[in-house]
Design a protein around this ligand. Structure first.
Ligand code: MRU
Length: 362
């Protein structure tokens, strides 16, 4: 493992190579946080797909890294004897992994990178493809941390000493390879010696704010206060919020931002109360092929809304439910987008394509 990964305080994802029976992919099951810290491991890419679908691993960048390691497992354990057979097996693994969560763009970005690495290695034979796929997955993993450290430092320029920052869902260590995007900005500001306070929304239905954001900020010693989602308007009206910083699952070429359901509501309220609304996301979250609000939005099981985490029924058993996991915030409500290259400001139709050209993605 390279040093940037060793230095992480929270390691939600790991590729473990020193096992006599062959490598395993290991992850922290975030469904059990904050009650238990349970690590799971597998040699089967289908189990990785299930972990993503069931949200043991969640958050767009973490999903991308996990999917890349899913491909690495598929390559290593394929038993394919020809390059054609191996590429076919990898295509099947890619299809299974891609069918897990439709909104998170990092998933498709990472699968595409790994598939291209495999194709490039094809002329050099089966073993070379296996090596290339594993190496590309490891690169995606390390780059995620490095990218978020850069993004954090750039974003920290927007944070002033004494700020109270409101965030939604979890865009932290547990949503990435270990540093975070929105929470990465907070970490970097604190590392610079700025005193900040965070207001975390609980984030119904799966409570990523209450369970994950609070857990990791408390672990880091960053002051955090928890509110329910419906308190955002009141806390802004009372002048208790200086800035909003959230992550993103997918951002279009013209600046529409898909993020956890409830983000749009917060952006509207921030606009009403003249609170800056910042999105922190690496270039891998930008979809260069989409414009406008055409982002596919995942709908999840009605039981997530009917119950509290499947444990307590809070309504009539069969009540019809609508459960979109994400919403889309239009660019006119986004003050700036923090990336590992720069702080992007409107007009996004200019600043986003410019950044993607720098990243070699357009
Ligand atoms: O459904 P989730 O928990 O995967 O949703 C996560 C979010 O909405 C995050 O804000 C987003 O993926 C950015 S994580 C750096």
């Amino acid at each position: 493992m390279t040093s940037v990964l060793e230095r992480l305080r929270i390691k939600p994802l790991e590729w473990v190579e020193d096992r006599p029976e062959g490598p395993v992919f290991r992850w922290l099951d975030t469904r059990l946080i904050p009650w238990e810290e349970v690590y799971r491991e597998t040699r089967d890419y289908r189990r990785v797909a299930k972990a993503i679908k069931d949200m043991e691993i969640r958050g767009a960048p973490a999903i991308g890294v996990a999917a890349a390691y899913g491909m690495a497992l598929a390559a290593y354990y394929s038993e394919a004897r020809s390059t054609g057979e191996l590429l076919e097996k990898l295509e099947e693994a890619r299809r299974v992994l891609a069918s897990t969560r439709p909104t998170a763009y990092n998933l498709f970005w990472a699968l595409d990178r790994v598939a291209k690495a495999a194709k490039r290695a094809e002329p050099r034979g089966v073993d070379a493809i296996v090596r290339a796929v594993i190496d590309e997955a490891k690169k995606i993993h390390v780059e995620d941390v490095e990218t978020n450290i850069k993004l954090g430092r750039i974003g920290a320029k927007l944070v002033e000493d004494g700020d109270t920052i409101l965030t939604h869902c979890n865009a932290g260590a547990l949503a990435t390879a270990g540093y975070g995007t929105a929470e990465g900005v907070m970490r970097a500001a604190v590392e610079e010696g700025k005193r900040i306070r965070v207001i975390a929304t609980e984030t119904r239905p799966l409570l990523q704010g209450a369970r994950l954001t609070v857990w990791e900020l408390v672990k880091e010693g960053i002051e955090v206060r928890l509110i329910t989602d419906n308190m955002v308007g009141y806390v802004m009206y009372k002048g208790l919020v200086d800035k909003v910083i959230v992550g993103a699952d997918r951002i279009t070429l013209d600046g529409y931002v898909a993020n956890k359901i409830g983000t749009y509501t917060i952006a509207v309220l921030a606009n009403r109360h003249r609170v800056p609304f910042y999105v922190a996301a690496p270039s891998s979250t930008f979809d260069p092929k989409l414009e406008g609000d055409e982002i596919p939005i995942e709908e999840r099981s009605p039981d997530e809304v009917r119950t509290v985490l499947g444990k307590l029924l809070i309504t009539v058993p069969d009540v019809p439910v609508y459960n979109p996991a994400f919403d889309v915030t239009p660019p006119e409500l986004v003050t700036a987008i923090i990336t590992e290259y720069d702080i992007l400001t409107p007009p996004y139709t200019k600043s986003i394509p410019e950044m993607l050209r720098r990243a070699g993605r357009l």
